[in-house]
Design a protein around this ligand. Sequence first.
Ligand code: MSP
Length: 545
Amino acid sequence: MEKKNSFYITTAIHYANAGPHLGHAYEGLLADIVARYKREKGMPTFFLTGTDEHGDKILRSAKKVDMGPQAFVDMNAQKFKDLYEAMSLSNDEFIRTSDQKKHWPGAIALWNTIKETGDIYKGVYKGLYCVGCEAFKTEKDLVDGKCPDHKIAPEEIEEENYFFKLSKYADEIIKLIESDTIRILPEARKNEMLALVKEGIEDISFSRPERDIPWGIPVPGEPGQNMYVWCDALFNYISALGYGTEHDENFKKFWPADVHIVGKDILRFHAIFWPAMLLSAKLPLPKNIWVHGMITSDGQKMSKSIGNVVDPMEYIRDYGPDAFRYFLAREIPPFEDGDFSEEKFVTAYNANLANGLGNLVSRTIKMTQTYFGGTIKKKEEYVDVPLLIRRDLFKGTEYLQGYSIPYTIEWAILPEYQEKMEAFEVQQAADVIWKFIGLLDGYITKHEPFKLIKEDREKTENILWNILYGLYFVGVMVVPFMPDTAKKIWTAIGVDNMDEKYGTPLSFQTQQIDEALFARIELKKIEEPQPVPQPDSQPTEEGQV
Ligand code: MSP
């Protein structure tokens, strides 16, 4: 297969049986960060998300509120769209499995292709089914007779189904996972999947009787059967690209997926079922499956009865999309479980956004405005103001001590940042940005431009030029994480003139900022408010700027 010059990233499609929660927001954010990073690098990128709208779970939820299934999923899908817009997700498509125009043609085409291979046959399924997972279960999947994820006993069902010959592909799937042809991240999840397939896998149901589940895509040529909701749902990854239709340009351009992002609870569907379906249809396989952990709230699983469900919209409304994005990206590890609490949010916000980034931008702008009317030009001898880098701070920086800020960015900061981003280590990539922000703060403390201005105007301008140059690249690295903030930084530093050859800023005309980038916030919900950490002591002279 020819190497395609494009990038395709997906989230799971989220059940439209209710509105979105923090886990959905997190998954969308991870995909958005990587998609924005790739686009910045000039890579044609397609980012897909959407909603999973068929099946028994949806049908039952709709009945509970006395609504028809279509009206019910329309209502919930809109809530997902609203959230994703509010958090500035840059998805290129929002696929809905009840969309008969966008999703059904591709789903039907793929079903037919798999059928032509001879991998779909009729049989009778007798066994257990968990509606929460929308999945068939065996005794070994249960703990004390209950589904461990939904804490309910599965229902016994007996019905005529179409089956898919999953077992036929077991050996090939093992080889593909072992060889990292399909790379499962992190490694521990890869081993889990290998163990699961090696235990032996059986064929799976691919359809359900319409009389029991009258809400799904009809099996082509077989009235009375609807596609099993997981088969319908997995098809979204190619139906959204126009597979099997006249308009399959995106499919040709973007498939196979570079990354499917999923939670650990649904990994087996993506690492085993989906590749087997693609093998059967002789289609290329996804390259990476990125398995993130679960977000807990105050150390516990989010649950309405405990009352610890975090409403993402509330945070976005109160603190803005960028602060919300920052917290999830920087404070939750991308490959493990992580915890969300208001206290952690407020502490991280004040320390790293209000103090760290926000304060650095505003103090720099103030100095440039007061001393130079905002105009800062590049000086030839900027390498004479060395940036001291602690030896242990960045890998391989021992030789960088005493170099300029531009040199440090080019040789230490950007390479490390890019390495992390390419490995989907978004949290660590954000760490690199904030280490750099710390270095710029240290640079101000060391050179004291607020004192130096009285003795050496030329050198002070030189120092401020270096800081502005550093802030320009803070903006570059921040784009995928906090797109609005990146724009605000660039507006404030006012790049006046770019070096066309290197694409780096030469001179600046800074703009006074009326409001702080991030105003400090206080805990709202904790009964006895904790004192919020105070900013590090600032040199007094600067206060007089
Ligand atoms: N509809 C299926 C996926 C079909 S993909 C072809 C589904 N939907 S879901 O709404 O239940 O979950 C969607 C995604 O959100 C999954 O990847 C799941 O792991 C993730 N999360 C659900 N709860 C979560 C947390 N508390 N934390 C992080 N992610 C979580 O499964």
